[in-house]
Design a protein around this ligand. Structure first.
Ligand SMILES: Nc1ncnc2c1ncn2[C@@H]1O[C@H](COP(=O)(O)OP(=O)(O)OP(=O)(O)O)[C@@H](O)[C@H]1O
Ligand SMILES: [Mg+2]
Length: 475
């Protein structure tokens, strides 16, 4: 974090000091990591003690101290570290994050929302902007009321760009996050059916995502997906300048001549606002859905003053930064593993199946698919539709894993798959048995499901990678 005295932190959060005098608190500088998990605490840092459903963070103030933290933000007096005691930890944490940012108005803040692709786009944007100046972006997928202040508090003295991923599980959530980070540039990627069970309808999801563009100031920039009608309609809902990006004719920044190489990596030509000469861009990522993400990144990078040639170069160098998103491993025996099992919703399932087929031209393709969660009443229909799509795309073998996903297998059968082209297995262990027996040289295998550690692990195991040992993507 940017250096702040404990007195400043008390003033920002409206808290009172405990275990330290006023005088000592103005001399105590917090300049290390701000964390809510004591295991991530470090020298000079601040530990924020949250009270969760099963754990009371106040129990871990001592371990935060042992890891080097010099102070804690708490809601009650704890003697293990000097504390700033506030009435409400969330309000206190948000006040701190706002204070940190307000002390650095020179930082350009970019907010990203959408149903799919926020983390992928965040990683891509961070790697491109890093070529222009020091950039802070969330670790993994930290995009909530805790993740956003955690990310904001990671800015340091020379930070130039702050990229903030904003997730929503209900109306009002993005507005809340935008109020913390106050982005001047916002990206809305798409409005799908992710979390429709919680929102009620796609329209409600659209309203929630629009909160980002509504929060942008006059003089800011709203980057909107021209190819998604719900997102395109947000043009009129912002005080900022709106720029449509996409493949459609209405797009001000446009991708044409989209092509996928044998490994499913897209390249395309960019033209339009701010691009002096049409430029060919090649992405090292797999799947056509990254074209829209990359266009949004290009729009932001141009707005930040980067030249199109430098942006194209940075995009070509980008590497997947967050795990289990179209993560490709080539096995020595010629089997290709695509582990996309970080998460799934109908849109990202479709995108991943299309990528599988593009990568599997002339090879045997396998889709090992688990459930898509949080679809409410739509669950059976959506799973059924994915099974049918797998057949229509001519995926060679479909392995459906787990009870919730079962309608995929029946969908595939109704669509005309026969024999063992589409099978259902109860769990990842059974899928492992099947795949270890049947995979052969040249096969391409996609693993995908909603937050199912079983399928991630299955993909890792079949790729010969060790089991995940980090908490990076626990959120
Ligand atoms: N533009 C896109 N359209 C559809 N699917 C996408 C798009 N971009 C990425 N995906 C796929 O969606 C899945 C989730 O990607 P990612 O983690 O980037 O999304 P997210 O919006 O951050 O998700 P979450 O809400 O879980 O944080 C991955 O399988 C990824 O390959
Ligand atoms: Mg994410």
């Amino acid at each position: 974090m940017i250096p702040m005295s404990l007195s400043q932190i008390a003033a920002l959060t409206g808290g009172r000091l405990h275990g330290i005098s006023e005088q000592e608190a103005s001399a105590l500088v917090v300049d290390g990591p701000v964390v809510t998990d004591s295991r991530e605490a470090g020298p000079g840092g601040l530990y924020v003690a949250r009270v969760g459903e099963s754990m009371d963070g106040h129990q871990f103030v001592g371990s935060a101290r042992d890891a080097g933290a010099v102070a804690a933000l708490t809601t009650r007096e704890v003697d293990d570290l000097p504390c700033v005691v506030v009435d409400d930890i969330q309000d206190g944490f948000v006040a701190l994050a706002r204070g940190v940012l307000q002390a650095h108005p020179e930082i350009t803040v970019i907010g990203i929302t959408g149903s799919s692709g926020k983390t992928s786009t965040k990683d891509l944007l961070a790697s491109v902007l890093s070529a222009a100046g020091p950039t802070v972006a969330p670790v993994g997928s930290l995009n909530s009321e805790v993740g956003v202040p955690l990310t904001v508090c990671r800015i340091v003295g020379d930070t130039r760009y702050l990229v903030v991923e904003m997730g929503a599980r209900g109306v009002g959530h993005i507005e809340y996050l935008a109020d913390i980070a106050e982005p001047t540039i916002g990206i809305v990627l798409n409005v799908g059916t992710a979390h429709v069970g919680e929102f009620g309808s796609r329209e409600a999801i659209g309203r929630a995502k629009a909160e980002l563009v509504a929060a942008l100031p006059d003089g800011g920039l709203a980057v909107l997906n021209a190819d998604d009608p719900v997102v395109r309609a947000m043009v009129g809902q912002t005080a900022a300048r709106a720029l449509l990006v996409g493949a459609s004719h209405e797009a001000g920044l446009r991708a044409t001549d989209i092509d996928l190489d044998g490994a499913g990596r897209p390249s395309f030509t960019v033209s339009g606002d701010g691009v002096e000469a049409e430029t060919r861009v090649s992405l090292p990522l797999h799947g056509e859905h990254h074209v829209g993400n990359a266009l949004a990144v290009i729009a932001v990078a141009l707005e930040c003053g980067m030249a199109m040639g430098d942006i194209a170069e940075a995009l070509a160098d980008a590497r997947p930064a967050s795990r289990w998103r179209m993560e490709v491993t080539e096995r020595a025996d010629g089997v290709t593993i695509i582990n996309d099992a970080y998460n799934a919703n109908p849109d990202s399932m479709r995108a991943a199946l299309n990528a599988l087929v593009a990568m599997g031209r002339g090879r045997r393709t396998w889709a090992v698919l688990g459930s898509m969660l949080e679809l409410g009443d739509e669950s059976t229909t959506e799973h059924d539709a994915i099974g049918r799509l797998a057949v229509r795309l001519n995926v060679s073998r479909l392995v459906v894993v787990g009870d919730t996903a079962r309608p995929m297998a029946s969908g595939a059968q109704h669509e005309g798959s026969w024999g063992d082209e589409a099978v259902w297995v109860p769990d990842a262990d059974a899928a492992y048995e099947l795949l270890s027996r049947e995979l052969s040289a040249g096969d391409v295998v996609l693993f995908k499901s909603s937050r199912d550690a079983g399928l991630r692990w299955l993909g890792d195991r079949l790729a010969g990678l060790s089991a995940p040992n980090s908490m990076e993507d626990a959120t």
